[in-house]
Write a protein that binds this ligand. Structure first.
Ligand code: 5GP
Ligand code: ZN
Length: 149
């Protein structure tokens, strides 16, 4: 959908700091992060809201969100936890009409930083942050390989 900012990011005609990409999904840093490493996971095909998303893509979307929640714990961001949120529909505060799953890294006792981040929404060093999450995904994959061996 040409008027959709997230479709333009998928098409490469709008910039984004990518964290992960495969045939069906893209994960990139939120331009106005609540915490460092705040990532959005989207399907590559336009679906305005969950009503338009197939169950199969919804499952993939959550699977990647789940991996990112595990990856940030293993990353140098030092996350202890994560909020995974979908604002589904305008009444639920959805502001971009292309389904997205927020993965918001959290740290123990971060309530004041979180509250400040929620108000200020200032970006951090994007490249370093994205590289840290990618390294967390690599650590997760290595751990999984070890446990399955
Ligand atoms: P919503 O309120 O729809 O759940 O969240 C939309 C999110 O998309 C917001 O957190 C906002 O900062 C983010 N966002 C909006 N436009 C852009 C953009 O052009 N690039 C990126 N990376 N994030 C965006
Ligand atoms: Zn779109």
């Amino acid at each position: 959908m040409s008027g959709c900012i997230f479709c333009r990011i998928v098409a490469g005609t709008a910039p984004a700091t990518k964290v992960y990409e495969d045939d069906t999904l893209l994960a990139f840093l939120d331009i106005r992060p609540i915490t460092r490493g705040h990532t959005l996971v989207i399907p590559k095909w336009h679906a305005t809201d969950l009503d338009e998303l197939t169950p199969a893509l919804g499952a993939r979307l959550f699977t990647l969100g789940h991996r990112l929640a595990k990856a940030v714990r293993r990353s140098d961001l030092g996350a202890d936890a994560a909020n995974l949120v979908i604002n589904d529909g305008k009444a639920a505060f959805q502001t971009v009409g292309h389904v997205h799953l927020h993965v918001v890294p959290r740290r123990n006792g971060d309530i004041l930083t979180f509250a400040k981040g929620f108000v200020l929404r200032r970006p951090h060093d994007r490249e370093v942050t994205a590289a840290a999450i990618r390294a967390g995904l690599d650590r997760l994959a290595a751990e999984e390989k070890e446990t399955s061996a």
